[in-house]
Design a protein around this ligand. Structure first.
Ligand code: ADP
Ligand code: ZN
Ligand code: ZN
Length: 724
């Protein structure tokens, strides 16, 4: 029997595919290969050579062409991907498709890994001198007037420069060239003298370089975690090794990358999903060839090759952005741990509000804990207070005590942040006469009133309609907005404090990518101002004159049916509160609630996140929820409710008999209808991962074979982080 290649193809089928080797070249695991598939062709990754095939040799098709002489994916990545596909029940090909930038999943030759440079040619210089261009084109000409610039520099200086470059290149005014990746020639900047805790953290983690060891670095924002990361990365670089730093959002990346470049004086590559495909591929390849020593990226960067790995860091490890919520549902933090083990390097998880999972791992001795409690350079931690809003006269949801505190703060010339995690004007529009309220026809949930746009918008499916002039049910003219969103709070605050600028920061006001930073930058450091906005405000650059944080409307989080709601609320409150008093001035935090006696709020405010988290963990243990049990969620949706219910009943019947397996459902999803589709779910729970994983693949195959599986969309989510 001839040797058979076992190949992962980017198709959502939970299997590898067998082919005969191509006419030329010796395939190796990790090489890309072009094969016939169905009526077309696909680029796959060779997983095994010399595999024994169940299919008779002569019925196998032959691969068309080997794309790589040497493997593109090294043995460690291949092993990690196989593990990940298995653990998160992905199709093997989907795992590879997530790991490889799109431009590397094509038959084209690998892109050159040099840095892309742009410069003006003669005509370009004339165009610049003549000032004949407008807008982005003119800005780009001006940027290049004093010499060539790299794509990286342009990306930082001039967001959206690529469109201008395309126009100008088409008009023959620009030239593009490739050079070896630049090492920034700025001298590495001075490290501040680390304080004792920071030094302790660096020593502890540094002592584990060269071996696998997870660490949990517990320190609020501003406690100096990034300085610790940088000191450790310096050690790693000095050993000639690579470091990877994951962050939850690109929004956090530009500042961090600037800081890393200045400090370390080496090439730092940024990898996130907003990069152009070419740039992503180049960055990935540079990491693979080792010319890039520091990789900074969001979720998918966890798949970057690290042939000379020294350290992996996951910043804000509790952030749910690390979990991919569709397709291949992996968790980048968990995968970072798996990679660190395979690579034999330490992994450092940092957060001011660690996830309960990580805290439980630390308590069980699987992770070592390091703490940063002091805030370098800042005054005392902010003082936190609850405002009981029961029976108070509210001004658009704001209590007199809260407004008084805002007034005092502004009078001192300082700034205020009002946090409300709800955009729009009001979450409900109701008829005072008959009780009708506006609901999304596709989700059966209230539509959010956006007053300035005069629209009702569904925040679940984006359905929109104009605000009716009168009640559609009884025609009375008594439509009333119930509750407050950021837009309404902005209006109320402008009315109360007409003399100070009120800046609203939410998805509506910051649609453009750089709008958020620009908005914050427009705040003068030394002038009074009010910021009102959603959780976008929990992060972003420091506001030294911000001394009061007012948190309103978080009570919904106390009633949610999701067992993680308490943990999320605690994390959010702590993150937002951390914005106060970041400089020398002391800060103050007010939390306005109808439930001043709520145990979570009480322990959080009186004793801090660590104690609140410990109490939440005790609860989880008592009712046997993660991290003390393991879950897998089967979700299904369809146009007809009957199909969803029927599928889930059949799915339950297909489960093996096992007393260790607890089954909840079939039941409607917490949102039974969304975007016009009926939704349901079946939740499996067990005390050990093994119980679940030993039956999951077989169950998945059984599900795929169910007749109703063709009438529903369904997915399996291992370790789901929300039950929606
Ligand atoms: P985190 O990453 O925990 O939010 P950073 O490392 O960004 O904290 O530190 C917060 C601020 O304090 C930064 O401006 C940083 O430069 C400064 N800082 C951190 N450590 C020190 C130190 N040991 N001495 C002086 N300033 C420090
Ligand atoms: Zn009515
Ligand atoms: Zn909707």
């Amino acid at each position: 029997m001839p040797a058979v290649l076992r190949i992962a193809l980017p198709v959502p089928l939970p299997t590898l595919f067998d082919y005969l080797p191509p006419a030329e070249g010796a395939a190796q695991p990790g090489s890309r290969i072009l094969v016939p598939f169905g009526r077309g062709k696909q680029v796959g990754v060779v997983v095994e050579v010399d595999a024994a095939s169940d299919i008779e040799g002569r019925r196998l098709k032959q691969a068309i062409r080997l794309l790589d002489d040497a493997p593109l994916l090294d043995a460690e990545l291949m092993q990690t991907l196989a593990w990940a596909a298995d653990y998160w029940l992905g199709a093997p090909g989907e795992a590879y498709a997530n790991a490889l930038p799109l431009a590397l999943r094509e038959t084209r030759p690998l892109p050159a890994t040099g840095e892309e440079y742009w410069s003006l040619n003669h005509a370009g210089r004339s165009a610049h001198d003549a000032g004949s261009r407008r807008g982005g084109s003119r800005d780009l000409l001006a940027q290049l007037a004093d010499g060539a610039k790299s794509a990286t520099e342009l990306g930082e200086l001039l967001p959206g420069w690529r469109a201008a470059a395309r126009r100008l290149a088409a008009a023959d005014l620009l030239e593009r060239s490739e050079r070896p990746p630049a090492i920034p020639d700025m001298p590495a900047s001075q490290t501040p003298q680390l304080n004792d805790e920071q030094q302790q953290a660096v020593t502890t983690v540094g002592a584990s370089l060269g071996q696998y060891q997870p660490f949990l670095l517990d320190g609020v924002t501003g406690s100096g975690k990034t300085e610790v990361y940088m000191a450790l990365i310096e050690q790693v670089l000095a050993q000639g090794r690579q470091a990877m730093l994951l962050v939850p959002e690109i929004g956090l990346a530009p500042q961090t990358v600037r800081r890393l470049r200045q400090r370390l004086g080496v090439a730092v590559e940024v990898l996130h999903s907003n990069l152009s495909e070419g740039d992503r591929a180049r960055a990935w390849l540079r990491a693979r060839e080792g010319s890039v020593r520091v990789i900074l990226g969001t979720r998918s960067a966890v798949f970057t090759p690290l042939p000379q790995a020294g350290l992996i860091i996951v910043d804000e490890e509790h952030d749910s952005a690390y979990k991919q919520q569709e397709g291949f549902r992996y968790h980048a933090r968990d995968l970072a741990l798996v990679r660190a083990r395979a690579l034999g390097v330490p992994v450092l998880l940092g957060s001011g509000t660690p996830s309960l999972e990580s805290l439980a791992n630390a308590a069980a001795g699987r992770y070592r804990s390091v703490h940063l409690r002091a805030r370098p350079g800042a005054a005392k931690p902010p003082q936190v207070q609850i405002i009981d809003m029961r029976a108070q006269r509210l001004e658009h949801g704001l209590s007199p005590a809260l407004l008084g505190a805002v007034r005092e703060t502004l009078a001192r010339g300082e700034q205020v942040l009002v946090f409300r995690n709800r955009r729009g004007y009001a979450p409900v529009l109701m008829c005072h006469s008959c009780g009708w309220s506006a609901a999304c026809p596709r989700c059966d949930r209230p539509l959010t009133l956006h007053a300035r746009q005069r629209r009702l918008i569904c925040h679940h499916c984006d359905f929109q309609q104009r605000v009716p002039a009168s009640c559609p049910a009884c025609e009375a003219n008594e439509l009333t907005a119930l509750g407050q969103g950021t837009e309404r709070l902005e209006e109320a605050l402008v009315a109360q404090f007409p003399e100070v600028p009120v800046l609203r920061v939410d998805r509506e006001t910051t649609r453009r990518r750089d709008a958020f930073e620009n908005l914050l930058a427009s705040l003068q450091d030394d002038k009074p101002a009010i910021l009102v906005g959603t959780q976008m405000l929990a992060k972003g650059h420091d506001l030294p004159n911000l001394t009061l944080v007012a948190i309103v409307g978080v009570d919904e989080g106390l009633h949610s049916i999701d067992f993680r709601a308490g943990e999320r609320l605690a994390q959010l409150v702590v993150q937002v509160a951390g914005r106060a008093g970041r400089a020398r001035k002391p800060g103050r935090v007010l939390l306005q609630t109808h439930q001043p006696e709520h145990p979570l709020l009480r322990s959080l405010l009186a004793q801090g996140y660590a104690v609140a988290a410990r109490e939440l963990l005790v609860e989880r243990r008592q009712i046997n929820l993660p991290p003390y049990s393991y879950q897998v969620l089967l979700r299904a949706d369809a146009a007809q409710r009957a199909d969803v219910d029927g599928f889930l009943i059949d799915a339950q019947m297909a489960l093996p008999e096992n007393p260790a397996l607890q089954i909840a459902g079939p039941m409607p999803a917490p949102m039974p209808l969304r975007a016009g589709r009926h939704r349901g779910q079946l939740l499996l729970e067990a005390d050990s991962r093994q119980t679940l994983h030993s039956m999951l693949r077989a169950w998945q195959r059984a599900l795929a074979a169910l007749p109703l599986s063709r009438r529903v969309r369904w997915s399996l989510d291992v370790d789901p982080i929300d039950l929606y």
